[in-house]
Design a protein around this ligand. Structure first.
Ligand code: NAD
Length: 353
């Protein structure tokens, strides 16, 4: 075993179907008396229901969260938190809503209680992102990590099947890169492998029967573990490509991750054999990259960047950007090979053997 550093990040997790019933207990545990409830406009009804549950401990609802946390929305939310004298933010929703809570916490250290309803995993990380002038700036800060997370699989029953599948593959992508991260360690590897296993078991069952609470529980449990894996390690080629594709061509987050993942995994296959063995084992497959592609075929997710509206003429620019700033990746970053990877992902072919 090689030497390693492992940092644990303290957060309290309440997991289980119906665990939203413990919300008031958890708010009291945080010592909060004036919670500001956050959500997207699409989940405003859920936010109002949370407000109702909290009764006097609710200071207001801010249902304006949108993807990638525009600075204007962050400012409005910070002003609202100050105006109502909030002493806690309750974020119900996916990564966009949790991200808005983080933008408030970054300035005010307001504690966040997160109630995730997708598989993105942001609630487990110290990573924040704020978009200003079309550019998303990300960073890490311990203040943005939610203090408490309530994982209630019942709240994911309404997550559409398509989004469930791509959001789950997005989570698996975090675990895949954690397994070959430059700062990887045995604890995070164990968590990452188990996260992939739980999602690989849960997602096909969710697609087959979206209201199956056992399948939803498996998937949400896997998403939690993959979020821990994301927080605990540096991300590599896969995430770099997805950020470039998302940032330069405004492609949807979870779908882009889904499409690129088998190809980025294949790219690193020879340079990270131990990680590949763990990924394949978790998938119940003989090959990691082909196993991920087969899982996506089974889930019926998008497989081709061209189907997301990505122009083929943009692939050269993405390949240029991917090699422009050096960052750690198991396989050396070679422009021609990355361009071939992108070509396969654009067409939706199986990953290179
Ligand atoms: P999202 O939060 O943008 O949600 C997508 C849509 O689905 C929204 O309209 C939302 O209201 C709706 N939705 C969410 N849960 C639902 C449910 N159970 N039922 C019905 N509708 C539901 O999507 P996401 O993929 O969770 O988050 C993506 C964002 O999170 C990106 O901006 C990404 O960069 C960020 N992210 C950040 C981190 C981090 O560590 N900071 C990690 C992962 C993702």
């Amino acid at each position: 075993m090689h030497d390693f550093i492992y940092t644990s990040h303290p957060s309290r997790v309440v997991f289980g179907a119906g665990s939203l019933n413990h919300l008031e207990r958890e708010i009291i545990q945080l010592g909060a008396k004036r919670a500001l409830v956050l959500s997207t406009p699409e989940q405003a009804a859920q936010a109002e229901a949370i407000a109702k549950r909290l009764g006097e401990r609710c200071a207001g609802v801010f249902a304006k969260a949108v993807m990638h946390v525009p600075i204007e929305t962050a400012r409005l939310a910070r002003e609202e938190a100050a105006r109502v004298g909030a002493d806690c933010a309750v974020a119900i929703g996916g990564g966009s809503t949790t991200g808005l809570g983080k933008a408030i916490a970054l300035e005010s250290s307001l504690p966040i209680l997160a109630i995730p309803t997708t598989y993105a995993g942001s609630e487990m990380t110290t990573i924040y992102g704020i978009t200003e002038g079309g550019l998303k700036k990300t960073g890490r800060d311990a203040r943005v990590l939610p203090k408490t997370v309530i994982y209630d699989p019942e709240l994911t029953l309404s997550l559409p099947v398509g989004l469930s599948a791509t959001s789950g593959m997005n989570a698996i992508a975090h675990a895949v890169e954690a397994l070959y991260a430059v700062d990887g360690n045995p604890i995070i590897s164990m968590i990452a492998e188990e996260g992939i296993r739980a999602l690989a078991r849960g997602l096909p069952a969710v697609v087959a029967a979206p209201a199956d609470i056992k399948a939803r529980s498996d998937a949400l449990y896997g998403a939690w573990l993959c979020g821990v894996a994301l927080n605990g390690s540096a991300m590599a080629l896969h995430h770099k490509l997805c950020h470039t594709l998302g940032g330069s061509f405004n492609l949807p987050h979870a779908e882009t991750h889904t499409i690129v993942l088998p190809h980025a995994t294949a790219y690193n296959a020879k340079s990270a054999p131990e990680a590949m063995a763990r990924i394949a084992r978790a998938l119940g497959a003989t090959d990691a990259a082909q196993g991920l592609y087969a899982l996506e075929q089974k889930l019926g997710t998008p497989l081709a960047l061209k189907d997301l509206g990505m122009p083929e003429s943009g692939l050269d620019r993405v390949a240029d950007l991917a090699v422009a700033n050096p960052y750690p990746n198991p396989a050396p970053l070679e422009r021609a090979a990355i361009r071939r990877l992108l070509d396969n992902a654009w067409h939706g072919r199986a990953p290179a053997a």
